[in-house]
Design a protein around this ligand. Sequence first.
Ligand code: ATP
Ligand code: MG
Length: 402
Amino acid sequence: MKYDYLMIHYGELSTKGNNRKQFIQALLHNVRVALKPFEVVCKGDHDHIYVYLGDKKVEPIAERLQDVSGIQKISLVAKSEKDIETLKANACELLDLERGKTFKVEVKRTDKAYPLDSHGIAVALGDAILDHRPDLSVDVHEPDILLKAQVRKEGAYLSCHEVPGIGGYPMGMNGKVTMLLSGGIDSPVAAYSLMRRGIKVECLHFAAPPYTSEAVIDKLKDLLKALNLYQNDIKLEIVPFTELQLDIYKYVPEPYCITIMRRMMLRIAEGVARKNGCLAIATGESIGQVASQTLASVQTINAVTSFPILRPLCCSDKLQIISVAEKIGTFDISIRPYEDCCTIFKPKKPKTKPRIDECEEYEAKWDWRSQVARCIEQTKKIYLSEGEEVFSKVETERKDEE
Ligand code: ATP
Ligand code: MG
């Protein structure tokens, strides 16, 4: 007896009723893309996706699947004939591959025509194992070995090993958003949270050269390479923000600069989002973290748009955010020193309760509309696919599609 497949258990998509078929197809596609380097065959049905292992090493494949959204867990399974005598013999053989002193059998029977019910199957398998291995005993609370048996129409599956997936929805199933990506810790984590929910992320960064350095772009590319594990290809657009930002500092009193800069960022983000067919804007803001993220600030900044704004981290605290950043491999990149357009022009005393009418009064002092339009028009685009920059390739493909 040897393990034949990895069995992928669907995450929340199992609750999705009519959309189920579409969800399964999307997940199957994403699994195939993720496992392309391993050259394995993947098939899906109503309940699971199966990855045929052949003689491939299981650990790296399982590890890769742990980063694919929409997967609740992955189990290593052996397929067996489902008649009870063969099932008993195979269960015993499988247990011989495992180490431990205690075991438990759990059974799920979806084949309702099977002569034994779940409990009957569990008792039969448990007794057979005890006869075969007198050195083992049953422990239903903390067994060393947990044998799971699924009896289905087409056969039975036996498993002693499973690992958790990241859950959520398959990538791309929930539309796409324009994500404001700085080089900090929070926004990549926010991007990851969205990706886990099956939302495709397109990133937008505001750069103010020569006040911000070119190095930040390399940093953003490294961040996106880490995030490519969760979303196969990601677009990054860079907004040339210098001119508008210098005008903000020319016309607006210092305590209001950050608020007005953020209002401009949102106006530009809305324009880019609409141009790209994105359904919302997202940020890495967390309520109360800094002056521009108090509720009063958020309200004044948000007042420039009726476009939906997602703030996936709004209630997370910094330590939680850092622990996710470490898990997804963005933390070490994020803490590399860099100059953000927000930090460079940081006012000494930013307003924590900025007022909308005051913002409008300062904004009446110059023609920022044409600058905003130019920023939307003149973004520079970079594409990252599977950790590689593929700008020209994707541009050409897009043109071909049109
Ligand atoms: P982060 O760690 O994501 O930089 P932060 O705690 O430093 O967040 P801020 O600098 O106040 O917070 O930025 C809040 C949010 O605004 C960021 O999470 C990001 O979504 C957006 N943002 C800030 N600066 C930029 C930028 N230069 N380009 C794009 N988005 C930005
Ligand atoms: Mg920042």
